[in-house]
Write a protein that binds this ligand. Structure first.
Ligand code: PRX
Length: 650
């Protein structure tokens, strides 16, 4: 089924690339025949206080389970991202801050200045009692201080937990409570597309919720200057505590396996999971993959449009690019503000060479036609990337042909919060592309496809995507819940890491990710757990039961379809529909807003009472004619009424 066209590597790109075909083959060969040499090559990219003598030490077998990389090495991630560049790149621009409002002049922050700002905050955090191993929650807009906050934590050995600025107070509170953070760093407000986000007020609301008493201090960045409520002595202005600090700060010497950060992500059941990444392996993998997949050169201007609240921001805004001494744009805004040319204007203004964004943004901009793109030059671009969800070939084509002027390779990068860095992606100077495919595994990465029983599938096949062995960027555990870690990722197929994704491999060995096969919905590249949305709905007094599924959505990739059964004496109406939408936004945040709420007289259940989501998914997709076997339903009549209801709602 390698039906799709092949887009060859542009010869001029290949000629100048860091990794050409021969180098790629040599790396794969080394990773297979002499893995230690390959893993050492990655470790050697970093500056170690004590170089590791141990390399890979892992087993996915339940009885002998361990994931350790470079375990006896000692280093500091912040030193690797800043200090080691000072001698040669102290005056090089690290960050170009592009504000939400295009009229605001851009700020250029050099490696030297970034180092000083990080040191001042590191000292301030220590003065406020934050010690090695303590957790710090970061709830900030996409501003330079978000990067400063993460690196300052890394410098003093504190573990950051960044919470995306679009999350609501309850979600912040859950994340604070789970890891018992001592300190929160936030801002007065965020700005996105001209809209103000009340970040400090959200933190105030979160800290009134149960389980958040661990927080002693809230540091507040003055960003928009809005009037906010400061509760002394808990709340302190960021500038007041940092301005008085010296520009140098002694870094902690961290073990390679010491935690670097926790990042919460949605799973198919229960509350969000605290994915824990450690220091040495994570940083080596983020740095190497960033250089290899983006073909990074010293004079590139790189721009990743993700938010630091997601793993893409961690690995490919903060740790990878800064470890590599790159110059990059940090963008506060959104793709369509003030208009649909914004991305392309920013590319021209800062002469961006490497651009990395999500398919959902590409699809939304594609809908605006070619004119907003063609008004701009984009001549500086030499490579484009995508991440977060499958990219449909039409959107890939538009990105390649219109945005990239058919000159720039498109790297479709498959990975996850859990993988820490990219695992399947083209090496752009070596890999021929197929629109819609993440192409081939990187050296050292061992993906495989299995059937429902866990049998390995050979050659051309479709199945569930697993990884047969560890890589340095792999998550180590779920914070405070190692049993759930094993259960979630290593029990479906014993001895293998299960990704939760379905995938097809074509005759050329190219991987085509088909999407999640579990109860996770990928909305605009953001993972939403159906269970979280359901629990927000059933918390409403008039809701008896709710079931949430994803359905194909032109722009978002997937939309959220909620089936809601009301308590017996309540009739549905539009006011209640609006209330339920609000209830979800309040509990989780705007990113989880249901696209559709369908009133369901009842939900399809098996005789043992289990909701048959397969059927609900088909109805939401408008594929009621493919419902398959419904004979195990307790009441097959339920299905007809739902199919009718879905038709009426269209
Ligand atoms: O389903 C896959 C999809 O996003 C999931 C991971 O989501 P998250 O942990 O939030 O990380 C997103 C950024 C790395 C995966 O299980 N996904 C991610 N990248 C791709 C993708 N699906 C298809 N193609 C991709 N390039």
């Amino acid at each position: 089924m390698s039906t799709s066209e092949i887009v060859p590597v542009p010869p001029t790109f290949a000629a100048a690339a860091r990794i050409d075909r021969a180098t790629r083959d040599a790396l794969h060969d080394e990773a297979t025949r002499d893995p230690d040499a390959f893993w050492r090559r990655l470790a050697d990219r970093l500056d170690w206080d004590r170089a590791p003598t141990q390399l890979k030490d892992s087993s996915f077998d339940r009885d002998d389970f361990r994931i350790r990389w470079y375990a006896d090495g000692v280093l500091n991630a912040c030193v690797n991202c800043l200090d080691r560049h000072l001698a040669t790149r102290g005056d090089k621009v690290a960050l170009i801050f592009e504000a939400d409002d295009p009229a605001t002049p851009a700020q250029h922050v050099t490696y030297g200045e970034l180092h000083a700002r990080v040191c001042r905050l590191g000292n301030a955090l220590r003065n406020l009692g934050v010690r090695r191993g303590d957790r710090v929650t970061v709830y900030l807009p996409m501003i330079v201080d978000a990067v400063v906050a993460m690196l300052a934590c890394a410098r003093i050995g504190a573990v950051h937990s960044v919470v995306f600025g679009g999350f609501a107070p309850q979600s912040i509170a859950d994340r604070i409570a789970d890891c018992a953070s001592k300190l929160v760093i936030t801002a007065d407000e965020g700005l996105r597309g001209g809209k103000r986000i009340p970040l400090k007020a959200n933190v105030d609301a979160a800290l009134k919720m149960p389980g958040t008493h661990s927080v002693e201090t809230v540091l507040v960045v003055r960003h928009t200057g809005a009037g906010i409520d400061m509760q002394m002595p808990r709340d302190r202005w960021f500038h007041a505590v940092t301005d008085i600090q010296p520009d140098t700060c002694e870094p902690e010497h961290m073990g390679a396996e010491d935690p670097l950060f926790i990042l919460y992500t949605s799973g198919s059941t229960g509350k969000p999971k605290g994915v824990l990444h450690t220091t040495g392996g994570y940083l080596a993998w983020a740095s190497w993959t960033h250089e290899a997949v983006f073909d990074l050169r010293d004079d590139d201007v790189y721009w990743c449009t993700a938010d630091v609240g997601w793993i893409t921001g961690h690995s490919y805004i903060v740790y990878g690019p800064l470890a590599n001494g790159a110059t990059q744009v940090v963008f506060e805004g959104v793709p369509n503000f003030p208009d649909a040319s914004r991305f392309w204007n920013v590319i021209d203004r800062h002469r961006v060479t490497l651009f990395y964004t999500a398919p959902t943004a590409i699809r939304a901009l594609m809908r605006e036609g070619d004119t907003p793109v063609k008004r701009t030059s984009r001549a500086s671009l030499r490579l484009l990337g995508t991440v977060g969800e499958p990219i449909n070939p039409e959107a890939w084509r538009w990105y390649h042909d219109v945005v990239g002027g058919a000159r720039c390779p498109v790297v479709d990068t498959w990975w996850q919060t859990e993988t820490g860095g990219i695992l399947i992606a083209p090496l752009p100077g070596a890999t021929a592309l197929k629109p819609g495919s993440a192409t081939l595994p990187l050296p050292g990465v061992q993906p495989a496809l299995v059937d429902a029983e866990g049998a390995l599938l050979d050659g051309e096949a479709q199945g569930n995507l697993v990884l047969l062995d560890s890589w340095p960027g792999q998550m180590r555990t779920l914070y405070n819940d190692h049993a759930r870690f094993i259960e979630t990722y290593f029990s479906a197929y014993p001895g293998m890491y299960f990704t939760g994704d379905g995938c097809r491999r074509d005759a050329d060995g190219y991987y085509w990710i088909t999407g999640r096969v579990d109860d996770v919905i990928n909305v605009s590249g953001h993972r939403i757990g159906t269970a979280e949305v359901e629990s927000a709905l059933v918390a409403h007094p008039h809701v008896a039961e709710a079931a949430v599924v994803g359905y194909p959505h032109d722009i978002k990739g997937q939309g959220i379809h909620a089936y809601v059964t009301l308590v017996t004496d309540r009739e549905p109406d539009d006011a209640l529909r609006a209330e339920l939408v609000q209830a979800v936004r309040r509990a989780i945040g705007p990113i989880a807003t249901p696209d559709r709420i369908q009133w369901a007289p009842a939900l399809p259940k098996t005789r043992s009472g289990k909701i048959m989501r397969r059927i609900l998914r088909k109805i939401a997709e408008g594929a009621a004619h493919q419902l398959g076997d419904t004979s195990t339903l307790a009441d097959p009549g339920v299905v007809d009424s739902l199919v009718d209801g879905a038709r009426r709602d269209e």
